[in-house]
Design a protein around this ligand. Sequence first.
Ligand code: CA2
Length: 151
Amino acid sequence: MTWVLILNGPNLNLLGTRKPETYGRTTLADVEKMCREEAGKLRLEVTFRQSNHEGRLIDWIHECGAAVKAGESIGAVFNPGAFTHTSVALHDAVEGASVPLIELHISNVHQREEFRHHSYISPVARGIIVGFGVAGYVLALHGLHQLARAG
Ligand code: CA2
């Protein structure tokens, strides 16, 4: 079955355990379950990953790029966490691997501190979902599926 990568960056393993006023009470395990259920309806398999390490995220993006080229994956939904605002390396990985990718943020980063307003990922993302809470993962999944169908 065709698969989709749902990729999560640093500290997102803490989701649902702290800062509920910003990120809600849903855990990353709950998000994974939600994504698997929704992807099933779209006949997609989910590869769900989280890492606090930039290099590991880059390797997974490269892997996904190779799978997209081979027709095995439609691309990725990516919450890069704080690396959004710092990482030229992740920007280059997405661009270099030619991964169709939806950038996703749980919170509305534009209502928050100035340093969260700039993203290194947005210029290489096909689409962006911001501020819908964890429901954004499902919206991003549908968005990516739609883009893949449109070709
Ligand atoms: O809103 C988002 O999804 C963010 O990508 C989350 C990042 C933040 O650095 C971005 O600016 C926006 C932070 C992820 C850390 O998540 C935590 C969850 C619970 C407790 C502490 C951190």
